[in-house]
Design a protein around this ligand. Structure first.
Ligand SMILES: [Zn+2]
Length: 103
């Protein structure tokens, strides 16, 4: 059974950590490492000094999360859901709808 079913562009929810319950879009996936970067989740704030190209201030950077700490949010029923394989595509186990068709 393939467990890593998160893809770039998926909406996911954080299952633990300081951002538990927060939703965001997956912007990067490293399947081998089992890590993902999720928009606005696990964000570190960093003070940046002014430079030639940057006026200075606080920059926010999303740090990688372990893939086991997130769960896919079904674009159809908007619930955190496991996915199953259906005709080679991913489908939500809650509503049975294909996850990948929805943009
Ligand atoms: Zn669903």
């Amino acid at each position: 059974m393939q467990k890593r079913k998160i893809k770039k562009g998926d909406t996911v929810i954080a299952l633990s950590g300081k951002d538990k319950g927060k939703k965001g879009k997956v912007i990067e996936v490293w399947p081998k490492e089992g890590r993902v970067i999720v928009e606005r989740v696990n964000v570190a704030k960093k003070h940046q000094r002014p430079s030639r190209n940057f006026q200075g201030g606080i920059i926010e950077k999303a740090l990688p999360l372990n893939i086991s700490k997130i769960m896919l949010v079904c674009p159809r029923c908007s619930e955190p859901a496991r996915v199953k394989s259906k005709d080679g595509a991913r489908a939500c186990v809650r509503c049975g709808e294909a996850v990948d068709k929805v943009k």
